[in-house]
Write a protein that binds this ligand. Structure first.
Ligand SMILES: *[C@@H]1O[C@H](CO)[C@@H](O)[C@H](O)[C@H]1NC(C)=O
Ligand SMILES: *[C@@H]1O[C@H](CO)[C@@H](O)[C@H](O)[C@H]1NC(C)=O
Ligand SMILES: *[C@@H]1O[C@H](CO)[C@@H](O)[C@H](O)[C@H]1NC(C)=O
Ligand SMILES: *[C@@H]1O[C@H](CO)[C@@H](O)[C@H](O)[C@H]1NC(C)=O
Ligand SMILES: *[C@@H]1O[C@H](CO)[C@@H](O)[C@H](O)[C@H]1NC(C)=O
Ligand SMILES: *[C@@H]1O[C@H](CO)[C@@H](O)[C@H](O)[C@H]1NC(C)=O
Length: 382
């Protein structure tokens, strides 16, 4: 059938409708604002795309981050992963501004990612060459099995809080994985170097992501704790006594549904809106399916919702390097952001656990975000 003038006009109007763009800041993913003159999004630094739903990622310098998959020690098993790691969090030293810490999960005994439970432990590494690293192993913080470390400074408590999953256990004689129900615990320390308190069990669940509700105007000790599947708890203080469920996502979070995600990373932006960056599970290479879209973003004006998840990728499995090279990763998970400390909450670096194709090893990749990351490095003298 030949297209009629009417259907051609309708198509043009529908296209114009798409181009017409935003009506509200929600159409800009709450990562910017909607200009009502042009109906286009003005994205905050670090965010890009017509709906400000993409991170403005820059090329990565090879061998930055934490990548020691090529090392071995006498007690490592033959099944080599080197010092494989699986994501971490960048912390600027509170006194020494040119020193950066990375609190990472690293697998013991040279095991790779498939031995994560119970071989994962929590370590600290340091960089004197800037927030992107390379970071160097400095200290064990928690032994096997401890995983999913999320580290945050609590101004109300004047302590670092370290949320993890796990329990103290012996490791088996070969690299292999156990199945357990997981629980989230918290430890605290006055300094990132410790001493850390014994982890205290809080809730069952996995992939903890805390955020203190403290602000200079409202210096409260209330804590927010997100976990897998978009469950959000609040507590009067980091130690509880109880964490109460305040949010469940309205969509289907079950395995293999379109909204299947893990590894949430929760933050409150400069406008007071809430965001979650997550590993959008649809990339996983199971059932013979694999898709490149791996970073997901959810946002809400209130902690208790309504939350929006537009099912558009924030980033995919492709990473470009400053040497002109490109790697398409097998897995790219565990997203965490490092923000500017000027009150604007500009994302400056993205940290991921990554695994290349055809290897058991995994490492921690740090990717700079937007021009502000370069300004930040320059101001520190890097
Ligand atoms: C091992 O990896 C480190 C850090 O990524 C790198 O600096 C070093 O040159 C590598 N060593 C070998 C022998 O490939
Ligand atoms: C990480 O280290 C491995 C082994 O040394 C190397 O093959 C790989 O290219 C490194 N990747 C990056 C991004 O540094
Ligand atoms: C590998 O990790 C071990 C701790 O498990 C540490 O002693 C060693 O220094 C690390 N090696 C490198 C090159 O980071
Ligand atoms: C989680 O808690 C349950 C109940 O106390 C316990 O049986 C289980 O071993 C715990 N698992 C982990 C990994 O901490
Ligand atoms: C949720 O998604 C799964 C996987 O696609 C599907 O099997 C299940 O029927 C869905 N449940 C509901 C209530 O829609
Ligand atoms: C990721 O997205 C970029 C830009 O859209 C594209 O060039 C690249 O091919 C994508 N990666 C994969 C693995 O599809």
């Amino acid at each position: 059938m030949r297209p009629t003038l009417l259907s051609a006009l309708t198509t043009a109007l529908v296209l114009a409708g798409d181009v017409q763009g935003c009506q509200t800041d929600d159409d800009c993913s709450l990562n910017g604002f909607c200009s009502t003159y042009t109906n286009t999004c003005k994205c905050d630094p670090g965010w890009a795309g017509d709906d400000c739903g993409k991170l403005d990622l820059l090329p990565v310098t090879r061998y930055t981050g934490y990548n020691y998959t090529n090392v071995t020690l006498p007690d490592y098993y033959s099944d080599q992963g080197g010092n494989s790691s699986w994501g971490g969090q960048i912390i600027q030293d509170r006194e020494d501004k040119g020193l950066f810490h990375l609190v990472i999960s690293q697998f013991a005994r040279g095991c790779g990612l498939s031995g994560w439970r119970p071989f994962s432990k929590v370590i600290r590494a340091e960089s004197r060459t800037g927030p992107a690293g390379p970071y160097h192993y400095t200290q064990d913080i928690l032994g096997t099995f401890r995983h999913n470390p999320t580290t945050i400074w609590s101004p109300a408590d004047e302590k670092y809080l370290l949320y993890t999953i796990g329990l103290e256990t012996e490791t088996p004689g070969t690299c292999r994985s156990y199945k357990w129900p997981n629980n989230v615990s918290v430890a605290s320390a006055p300094d990132i170097r410790g001493p850390w308190s014994t982890p205290q069990r809080l809730v069952s669940g996995t992939n903890p992501t805390p955020w203190p509700l403290w602000s200079p105007d409202n210096p409260m000790s209330e804590m927010v704790l997100g976990v897998e599947d978009g469950l959000i708890y609040t507590a009067d203080g980091f130690a509880g006594p109880s964490y109460n469920l305040v949010n469940k996502m309205p969509w289907n979070t079950s395995d293999y549904s379109d909204h299947w995600t893990e590894d949430p990373f929760l933050w409150r932006d400069k406008r007071g809106n809430w965001h979650i960056l997550c590993h959008w599970m649809i990339d996983i290479a199971e059932r013979g399916e694999k898709f490149p879209r791996v970073g997901g973003h959810m946002f809400s004006r209130s902690l208790t919702g309504p939350w929006t998840f537009k099912l558009r990728e924030v980033y995919n499995t492709t990473v470009h390097f400053t040497d002109g090279g490109r790697t398409d990763y097998y897995r790219r998970e565990r997203p965490k952001l490092f923000f500017s400390d000027d009150g604007n909450m500009t994302p400056l670096y993205l940290v991921n656990g990554v695994q290349e194709f055809d290897t058991r090893a995994s490492y921690t990749l740090i990717q700079p975000i937007g021009a502000k990351s370069k300004v930040y490095e320059k101001a520190l003298g890097f």
